[in-house]
Write a new protein. Structure first.
Length: 297
């Protein structure tokens, strides 16, 4: 098979994944409407006292479900939808791999490839987190933006598989962009949780985990820039917005750790950080041309 045949096959798998994700969205929407988190109210909770002599200030009381308590009840459609989500993830993963085979390189050399890979990362990270936490109830809030991202990718951002521009022909493409892709997936999951006002628990933990990875992605990009363009930092639009994203999330962690902000205030900061991340990956490529303008549009 030639590269065009591999690319066509990749497109077919991406379209198949989109079809399955559509079924997932419908099934999970039904589940949310008729079951949602039903049964959560029935889960008993205990107050874990932090402090000496069994007393603690009110803000140190942590509600935790009793070990072994039943999770939220699901409808049959919810279980089917989650199973289909795993199938859709597999189809999309094959599509991404085939795109790499068609291009003869890692499949994230332009905005189309980054979109299908980053959205795959979002679903994969969600599935992994669900093995540790019961996050089935938020599945529809994951699959809907992923489906929209894939729709945008195939209708607006699509370009034929081809060779990279000289500046991208480096092993740093694998290191730098893979870190960015994983960061994008984790930040997206955190943003969904922040929107749902769960920032005080899992959302904070995810940002705390991914922030060092994003820091590494920025540093790796600077090292690659020195190798490609002879300077570590030049305030290119992409570099500038990567730094802005870093600063916002650093402020988020600072507010949580030192000031003790929780709830709505930190949710707003986390969403501002995610907005800057989205603008960095999409808006900069379209509206702010620079050395990182590899969208192919």
């Amino acid at each position: 098979m030639n590269s065009q045949s591999w690319a066509t096959l990749s497109n077919q798998f991406i379209y198949a994944a989109m079809f399955v994700y559509t079924l997932v969205m419908i099934a999970l929407a039904y589940d949310l409407a008729f079951a949602g988190r039903k049964g959560r109210a029935e889960v008993p909770a205990v107050d874990v006292l932090v402090g000496a002599a069994g007393s603690a200030p009110e803000d140190q009381l942590i509600d935790e479900p009793v070990e072994g308590a039943p999770a939220g009840q699901r409808t049959r459609f919810g279980n089917i939808g989650f199973s289909l989500l795993v199938l859709g993830f597999g189809l999309q993963a094959v599509g991404v791999v085939l795109r790499g085979i068609a291009a003869g390189r890692v499949p994230w050399g332009n905005m189309y490839e980054f979109s299908i890979t980053a959205s795959l990362s979002v679903v994969g990270i969600y599935l992994l987190l669900n093995r540790r936490f019961d996050l089935r109830w938020m599945g529809i809030f994951i699959v809907t933006p992923v489906l929209l991202a894939l729709g945008l990718a195939v209708t607006v951002l699509y370009v034929d598989a081809g060779q990279l521009v000289p500046a991208l022909r480096s092993y740093w493409l694998v290191i730098h962009v893979s870190a960015a892709v994983i960061s994008f997936g984790l930040f997206t999951t955190s943003a969904v949780i922040s929107i749902l006002y769960l920032v005080d628990t899992l959302g904070y933990r995810i940002v705390a985990f991914v922030f060092p990875l994003w820091t590494f992605a920025v540093i790796a990009g600077a090292i690659w820039a020195e190798n490609a363009w002879g300077r570590y930092w030049g305030w290119d639009p992409k570099e500038t917005w990567a730094f802005i994203t870093w600063v916002v999330y650093a402020g988020y962690l600072h507010a949580r750790v030192t000031v003790g902000w929780k709830g709505r205030k930190t949710a707003v900061i986390a969403l501002v950080g995610y907005a800057s991340l989205i603008f960095n990956f999409v808006g900069v490529n379209i509206w702010l041309p620079g050395l990182h303008s590899y969208s192919g549009l």
